[in-house]
Each structure stands twice: as C-alpha cells, then as structure tokens.
Ligand binder design. Structure first.
Ligand code: HXC
Length: 530
C-alpha cells in the first residue's frame, strides 16, 4: 500500500485547529501501513506472498481489525538501525473477529527487517498475548519472520523468552494457532511448536531452527529452504498439523478451525444448527466395513458417514496415517475423533501414531471437546525398530493422555481390539464413560491363531495331527473368548449395537454426557512420559 495522505508541514507554532493534528495523525498511520514502501511490497508479492494487511483482511471479518501500537518503534542504536525506525517495528498486533467472535492476532511484516524480532517487536507481541489470556480469546499468529533480530543481540533473544513463557502459560487456557507464511527461523519456528495447531503454506513457508546458510557452514550440507523445512517436510514430521497450497485457502481453513473451538477453556465450543438428523441411520456402514477382519477399508469413510453432513477436519493428515484424528460435529456440537486406520499397517499403533493421538486427545481435553474413539486395532506394531525407538515410552503418552482426560469419552469397537492397544484406545477400564461394540467386534488379548499357538503349543507339537489339533484349538478359543458378546456379558462394553445406529447411539451418549463432571486429586501437575 502507498500512503493516501501527504506529509504535513512540520509544526512550528501551536496548531490552528484540531484538523491539522488529525491530518498528521492520519499521515503517520498511513506510513505505518506501508511496511517499508512500494518496493518492499513488490518484493513480497514477487515471493508469492501476501502483505501483512492483505493476510489480516482474509483472516478477519471485514473491517474488524483493531490495531494496537502501530506507531511503536525500536530503540536500537547500532549497525545503522538508528537511521531506520519504521513505525510498527515489523509486526502488526491487535484484535478482530472471526464470525463475530473475538480473536487476538499478531502478524510479522517481512518487508521490515525480514520480519525479524527485536525488543519493541517482541513487547508488542507480549502485549497481545497478555490481552488474549486475560480476556479469554484465541491467539492467532501469522508468521513470516527471520527469528531473533541480529542487530539487537540479547534483547531480541529475551523477547523470544517472553513469548515462549507466555505460550506455555496460555497453553490449555486459550487456543493458540500458528500460521506459517514465510521462511521462519529460530524462535519464529519454536514459538509455533509450543502452540496447539500449526498451519503451513506449500512453497511459501519453511520452519527451521537454523537456516540453510548455517547448515552449510557447520555441516557442509547443501539444502534449499524447502528441503530443510518446507511444508511437505513438516507435514510428515508432525510439526505442521495442516498444509495448504496457497495463503487464501489456508486462512479460510484457520477461520473454519476457530469455528470448531471454544474461545477458552472455561467455555464449550459453539453449537451450530444442523439439518442432519441426530438419529440418521448409517446403513452404508454395513457394506463399508467388511465383516471379515482381514479385509481392509478406509476409516475416513466411516467418519464421514457418522458425523454431521459428512464434514470433518483431519489433523496431521500426512503424519502417522495409521491413526486418524479429526474434529467434526455431531448434532451440531464439536467432537474430537480418534480412529485406527486399517488401510495403513492394518491400523496397528506405533511410535508416531501414539504420539499424534496423545497430542490430539490432550488438545481436545484442554478445550472441552468430547472424544469419540473408533477402534479397529490389531495391537502395537511389533519389531526391534519400534522397541528400540522407545514404543513403551511413546505408547504410554497415549495411555496417559486418555487416562487424564476428563471430557466425555465414548468408545466404539468396530472390529479388532487386541491386547494393550485395546486398552489404550480408550477402553472402559481406563475411563471411557460409555463403550459400544459392533457385532463384528473381536476384543481379546490377541488373535485366536496367535493365542492358540501360545497356550496349546506343547499339545499341538505332540499331536499326531498337529494341524488338525491347531485348527480345533483355534476354533475353541474363538468360540469361548472371542465371540462378539463376551465383553458385553462381562460389562466391558455397554451394548452391542447395529452399525447402522452408530450415529444415533453416539449423539444420544454425548447428549447425556454433556453435564459430566470429573476431577483429579490435587497435583502441581502430572508427570506425563513426554
Ligand atoms: C535481522 C534479518 C534477519 C535477522 C534476515 N534479515 N534475517 N535482519 N535479523 N535475523 C533481513 C535481511 O538482512 C534482509 O534485509 C531481509 O531480512 C530479508 O532477508 P533475505 O535473506 O533477503 O530473505 P530470504 O532469502 O527470503 O531468506 C530469509 C531467511 C534468511 C531464511 C530468514 O534471511 C535467514 O536465514 N536469516 C537468518 C535467520 C536466523 O538465523 N535467525 C536467527 C535465529 S536465532 P534487507 O534490508 O536486505 O531487505 C533465534 C533465537 C531464538 O531466533 C531462540 C530459539 C530457541
């Protein structure tokens, strides 16, 4: 943007009237919105990036941005900084609305010192963070910055310290959303890592602790920005929860996510009227999920059938695809869905999927979002890779997250639910409020073949007809312990249901659990296996 007003003459005597002062005020505000002038704006566009105000226009309801400290400048006096004091100091801070609900924002302006963070820049961010916390509204950051401002030295680092401390203080108090819209180095990457959801735009955003130049100098490795920390890299490291092809689409998705979340941890998410009947029969599930437990299907199709209007927002779609985590609505209210995905490693749990689901469960619990767990899990993925990678510790994260969650929790067992993985996937025994199973459920310590091979090993090897004995023992184990009503007879599921009633059963269960109260004995905080 170029200034719309011209520079007023310097005031030499007391002004004749207020209008003269207002003209100067308008000029100063216009200057502040220029962000380094038209050339810097052209360069920003040439990098396929929008400017900071263009972004805020897309994120917020029209005309709702209220900016604070647009005239703030830095106090640095070295390396020529004293000659360049752009108003705003490279970050726009303030608040606005999304669908009429207040959100606080800060957005780096890459056109000014590469969006780098100095002392004043940091203090502006601290101020909106404090306001978001004290008023109980979400905080959204639009990140396009080079990290600590090199010319300001340790005061810039201290500025980051103040952001990190606030990120953690606000964690679980108000939703924090980070949108990555440029090359984000150092602290500009670390602060987002402390927030609830990270969005990245492909080919435009990168996140790294140290940039390619430093990497080359230290390790000799030649990498591009994107190879080091592009959106496609972080879609699979678990750093980015959502990846989009362009900024406008990404900012629309941020608005949608905000619509699914409460403003803070004292509220529940907004309820949205739906034309989708709560008791709609989900007949398609009878064909979608094969009764044969060895045949695969796409769990995302199951979720689509169950939720309002078939609409859900998958989190971390490209990381640990063997578990699907998604936000959706059931009868108008937000729910968090955790589901095994039989299409990938038969839906077995492993290190990455346990970590992904644990984080999701914890996020939902923090923001009063009930949990629905759809189970079809053959167990934990076996092997040295997993054991040596610490599956015990990482798997325990999911166990811990579920056991600690006090939101309404409903489990539905579709087919396999074996061993430790069955317990971890929000079984009744770890605190699910209600548990239902389809008639295809197979809840057991392990599959019948594996079970028979362990407990009848001696008998089978001593038999004249080992295969005949093995088959008989497998059939016996299946008949005695793996029939679909065994868990129901023992009170470990609350009922066996027709799959076509799944949506109706879930909406009724969540309606009754809406007033659930749960608390834990006092602890300073728990000690999860991080
Ligand atoms: C001040 C900086 C800067 C910085 C870039 N600029 N980084 N100014 N402090 N850290 C300036 C450049 O001089 C340039 O100014 C403008 O920003 C644009 O930078 P370019 O390099 O031309 O842009 P680009 O090629 O797109 O590369 C962007 C970049 C790269 C990847 C961010 O500039 C880079 O690697 N910068 C260094 C990043 C870094 O190491 N940051 C410190 C991290 S430590 P002009 O005037 O020429 O336009 C940190 C500590 C926090 O953050 C603690 C973490 C735990």
């Amino acid at each position: 943007m170029t200034p719309t007003s011209t520079a007023p003459a310097p005031l030499t005597a007391p002004p004749a009237d207020m209008r003269e002062l207002v003209r100067e005020l308008r000029y100063r505000h216009d200057q502040a919105r220029c962000g380094g002038g038209p050339r810097a704006t052209e360069q920003q566009h040439a990098r396929r990036k929008l400017t900071v105000y263009e972004r805020l226009d897309l994120l917020l309801d029209p005309g709702s941005l209220v900016e604070i400290e647009p005239l703030r400048t830095h106090r640095a006096t070295r390396f020529g900084m004293e000659r360049r004091k752009p108003p705003g100091d490279g970050v726009v801070t303030g608040w606005g609305t999304i669908e009429g609900r207040t959100v606080f924002v800060y957005a780096h302006d890459f056109r000014i010192f590469g969006g780098s963070l100095g002392e004043a820049h940091a203090q502006k961010i601290h101020k909106v963070m404090d306001l978001a916390e004290s008023t109980g509204a979400p905080l959204i950051s639009l990140n396009d910055g080079a990290g600590a401002r090199i010319q300001e030295g340790v005061t810039a680092l201290a500025g980051y310290g103040g952001i990190f401390r606030r990120n953690v203080r606000m964690s679980g108090v108000v939703p924090q959303i980070s949108v990555m819209l440029g090359p984000c180095a150092g602290g500009a990457a670390y602060s987002p890592a402390l927030t609830d959801f990270v969005f990245m735009v492909r080919d435009v955003a990168q996140m790294f602790v140290t940039g390619p130049d430093v990497v080359r100098a230290v390790t000799g490795e030649q990498v591009t920005h994107d190879q080091l920390g592009g959106a496609d890299v972080h879609a699979t490291t678990g750093v980015a929860a959502f990846v989009h092809d362009e900024e406008a689409e990404c900012l629309r998705a941020v608005r949608y996510l905000v619509s699914l979340l409460p403003a803070n941890n004292q509220e529940t998410p907004p309820v949205v009227a739906t034309g989708d009947p709560p008791d709609r029969r989900t007949e398609a599930l009878l064909d979608l999920v094969p009764a044969d437990p060895n045949r695969s299907y796409d769990m995302r199709r199951v979720i689509e059938e169950i939720v309002d209007d078939g609409e859900f927002l998958e989190v971390h779609e490209r990381w640990a695809g063997n578990v699907v985590c998604a936000l959706a609505r059931l009868d108008g209210s937000t729910v968090g869905i955790v589901a095994n995905q039989p299409q990938m490693v038969a839906g077995a749990l492993d290190i990455a999927s346990a970590e992904k689901a644990a984080r999701f469960v914890q996020t939902c619990d923090a923001f009063n979002i009930p949990l629905v767990t759809l189970v079809d899990v053959p167990g934990f993925l076996p092997g040295t890779g997993q054991e040596h990678g610490g599956i015990i510790r990482h798997g325990a994260k999911l166990l811990y997250a579920y056991c600690a969650a006090t939101v309404p929790r409903v489990q539905v067992i579709l087919r396999k639910a074996y061993g430790g993985a069955y317990i971890v996937m929000d079984s009744r025994s770890i605190g699910a409020d209600l548990s239902f199973a389809w008639p295809t459920n197979e809840i057991a310590v392990m599959g019948a073949e594996a079970a028979a091979n362990v407990i009848f090993r001696k008998e089978i090897s001593a038999a004249d007809d080992p295969e005949g004995v093995r088959a008989a023992r497998i059939a016996e184990y299946r008949r005695e312990l793996m029939h679909p009503y065994y868990a129901a007879e023992h009170g470990l599921v609350d009922d066996v249901i027709d799959p076509a009633d799944t949506r109706a059963v879930l909406t009724r269960a969540l309606a009754v659990l809406r007033t659930k109260r749960a608390s834990f004995p006092y602890a300073k905080h728990g000690n999860p296996p991080l």
